[in-house]
Write a protein that binds this ligand. Structure first.
Ligand SMILES: Nc1ncnc2c1ncn2[C@@H]1O[C@H](COP(=O)(O)OP(=O)(O)OP(=O)(O)O)[C@@H](O)[C@H]1O
Ligand SMILES: Nc1ncnc2c1ncn2[C@@H]1O[C@H](COP(=O)(O)OP(=O)(O)OP(=O)(O)O)[C@@H](O)[C@H]1O
Ligand SMILES: [Mg+2]
Ligand SMILES: [Mg+2]
Lengths: 223, 223
């Protein structure tokens, strides 16, 4: 579903340049789950932001779902992302003034759907992550792990072709973490979604899965 | 160091009341590490906020370092907290416009210390969490796990008598997580600090430690 070659990202700051990603190559298989692992600060979120078209590489090529994305304009990239990609952010990025239901409906606003069907689908996904009783609360009125699950529901609600999850279970207990990974697995099987999960919890990695290990901005063999 | 009896917290919202904590009793031993565990949404952060004097209970009694804290005014509670307590927030709460060093110096601003010694100590603790090279960056210019470590350094810098850490390793890889817990252990031994760590990662729990398990707002036996 995704292939990338020589992908680099250097953050340019006032006085110094930070080479966060130094020429990584790899691929994400269609309708399969790929795990991204590596130490804190190694470049995982940077890679995920490039795969999710949230940022542009400094160098390198990337093809997503057959499209050469390095050639897209900002507007085309934004449209492509809205169409095909669901992203769970490491810091959730929920909108504080909207209810959980409104937060999860958000990605559906630019789709040809009735108001009623958007609401139904948002409730369905909040239910799927165990938050059916909290739909009218705001992000500030729930727990850390509950906020994490709202971010997950929001990424799934548009039933994306490519799901990118940056440490989606960091704030969850073991039982809930397994339920979340099982949910993403079901989505993969039922909707042919390609799933990318970045995690520090090696117990979550299903045996036989593809693993991309990032150390100091480069791909490295597995531990 | 801390003992509490019948501690309750009900969040009052427009139309509904949420009994997040329903009469919990227990204690935190001096110069020892106590772990707080339990499922997502069970009431752990709520309990930690009460122990850290960040919030008031709806009912119950609590004594911290010999002081009956339920009798304190808001101003007295804030002073007590600044004097004795260090808190690592589940969502970090860093100040985006300040550098990492300024963020970590912040708790020292109301202390009788020279500008130079505050700076030295902030750098010392940033070094201790592996961020010595990043001191002039801002929170938005580092990784998620690096932000988590800044929050930890900031909680330790005032060398508190009571350290409360709400899921301090959620965004850290295994190796870095162990270094952080070892650092908190050293602080406990060298400074007689009483340490409370809330975590979903049961591998971090040192054998023989005290564990308070919270399920659905009440203390429950260990798994
Ligand atoms: N400000 C609030 N208003 C209303 N309800 C709240 C508020 N904050 C938390 N809650 C609710 O209180 C319960 C306990 O929340 P708490 O944050 O203590 O859970 P937790 O054990 O820390 O969970 P997690 O492991 O997900 O961080 C949850 O059901 C949550 O939805
Ligand atoms: N906006 C930025 N400006 C400058 N440097 C940055 C910026 N964002 C990240 N970095 C740096 O780039 C490197 C990689 O960051 P990244 O967020 O990709 O790490 P990560 O692997 O996701 O880490 P973690 O596991 O802690 O989340 C880090 O050293 C970080 O400090
Ligand atoms: Mg990251
Ligand atoms: Mg919590």
């Amino acid at each position: 579903a995704v292939s990338f070659k020589g992908l680099s990202k250097t953050y340019k700051m006032d006085r110094v340049e930070v080479p966060a990603l130094k020429g990584v190559s790899g691929s994400i298989a269609k309708a399969a789950t790929t795990f991204i692992t590596g130490p804190s600060g190694s470049g995982k979120s940077t890679l995920l932001n490039l795969l999710g078209l949230l940022d542009r590489p400094t160098d390198g090529e990337m093809e997503i779902l057959g499209e050469d994305v390095t050639k897209l304009t900002d507007k085309q990239a934004a449209d492509f992302r809205a169409q095909h990609i669901g992203f769970v952010f490491q810091s959730f990025n929920l909108i504080p003034v909207l209810s959980l239901r409104e937060n999860v409906e958000f990605p559906l606003l630019n789709r040809k759907m009735s108001w009623a069907s958007r609401k139904t689908r948002a409730l369905e996904y909040l239910e799927a992550v165990g938050l059916g009783d909290f739909v009218d609360r705001r992000p500030g009125e729930i727990s850390g792990g509950q906020r994490q699950r709202v971010a997950i529901a929001r990424a799934l609600v548009s039933e994306p072709t490519l799901l990118i999850a940056d440490e989606p279970t960091a704030n969850l207990d073991t039982k809930t973490s397994r339920e979340i990974v099982a949910l993403m697995d079901r989505i993969k099987v039922e909707l042919n979604t390609s799933v990318v999960i970045c995690t520090h919890d090696t117990d979550l990695i299903t045996p036989g899965s593809a693993i991309i290990n990032i150390v100091d901005g480069q791909t490295a063999g597995e531990y």
